[in-house]
Design a protein around this ligand. Structure first.
Ligand code: UDP
Ligand code: MG
Length: 310
């Protein structure tokens, strides 16, 4: 029996792209006739007829599997559910909008098969077609992240990745609720080969990521894979203690020598406001970590499945 590749496709309101995606991926599958395939579409609580389309496909093609969530849990949960239900010797995560070109799959498989890698990941080297502000912030995010986290997070990394069963099992062992896949992939280790490609624009439909959603995602990533912000607040605290000490000594001596009366309401207001700001900021950082700890400690499931044929 030939080896099985599980293709995992998180879908949220993708009714306009699924059929094109299905055509493309089946084309590639027929080229890779050495392997068997299963396509796992994870319907992440779509509000359009994504699920119906997938169900119809599954009637015609027994390789098509679906998992439908009870609501929108986010792409990360979709990836987890797909990996969990996958039976393949290999698993690959792919977007439904063809931004992760299925045509790379044979080359990815070759790297695992012949070069002995445990996973093959992809990164886009250009961000053509993306709003410049979005690209700018994305770049800064990766720079910052790599400075403050021990886990390697590659700039432009996609979730498009082919993994061996061993790699998949390692990912599944990470049960955390706040999932940041890009970090998790790096955290589990193993040998990963990076393939590069030029950005491809979405075939149809539109992106589900607003600027605001991306910003929240970035903050979540930092909180999940670095504790440097906490250390930073310790540093702020020490720095201001030191400044206060120096200022106290200065003022005491100045008063003894010159007997200056107290003055400077505006400067005092500035100092109070600034310190108040920094204190709130540091409490905020603390709160972010605390809220994540709170959510993790509830131990809620990563997703809730409403319907499936796996
Ligand atoms: N997606 C998902 N749940 C969500 C948002 C997105 O499963 O809450 C899926 C979406 O259907 C697509 C993939 O994640 O297959 C990437 O989404 P999108 O193309 O909108 O993101 P972008 O490529 O613009 O970063
Ligand atoms: Mg996309």
């Amino acid at each position: 029996m030939s080896e099985l590749i599980s293709v995992i496709v998180p879908c949220y309101n993708e009714s306009r792209t699924i059929e094109i995606f299905y055509q493309e991926i089946t084309k590639i599958s027929s080229v890779m006739d050495k392997y068997d395939f299963e396509y796992i579409f994870v319907d992440d609580g779509s509000k359009d007829d994504t699920l119906d389309i997938v169900k119809n496909l599954s009637k015609e093609d027994s390789r098509v599997k679906y998992i439908s969530f009870s609501r929108n849990f986010g792409k990360e949960s979709g990836i987890y559910a797909g990996l969990e239900k996958s039976k393949g010797d290999y698993a690959v995560v792919m977007d439904a909008d063809l931004q992760d070109p299925p045509s790379l799959l044979p080359e990815m498989m070759r790297c695992i098969d012949e070069e002995g890698y445990d996973s093959v990941a992809t990164r886009r080297v250009t961000r053509k077609g993306e709003p410049p502000i979005r690209s700018f912030f994305a770049r800064q995010f990766y720079k910052l992240m790599n400075k403050i986290s021990k886990t390697e997070i590659v700039d432009g990394a996609r979730d498009y990745r082919l993994m061996t069963r061993q790699f998949v099992n390692a990912i599944l062992q990470i049960q955390e609720y706040n999932r940041f896949s890009k970090g998790i992939y790096g955290w589990v280790g193993f040998n990963t080969k990076w393939l590069e490609y030029e950005n491809v624009e979405r075939v149809r439909g539109e992106t589900k990521w607003s600027f605001w959603k991306l910003l929240v995602y970035a903050v979540d990533g930092i909180i999940a894979f670095s504790t440097v912000p906490l250390t930073l607040s310790v540093f702020f605290g020490l720095m201001f203690c030191f400044i206060a000490l120096v200022a106290t000594v200065y003022i005491v001596f100045k008063t003894i020598l010159y007997g200056d009366p107290v003055a400077g309401w505006p400067s005092m207001m500035c100092i109070i406001l600034m310190l108040g700001g920094i204190q709130l900021f540091c409490i905020g950082i603390l709160g972010e970590y605390l809220s994540k700890t709170y959510l993790e400690s509830k131990n809620r499931p990563i997703y809730i499945c409403k319907e499936t044929n796996t």
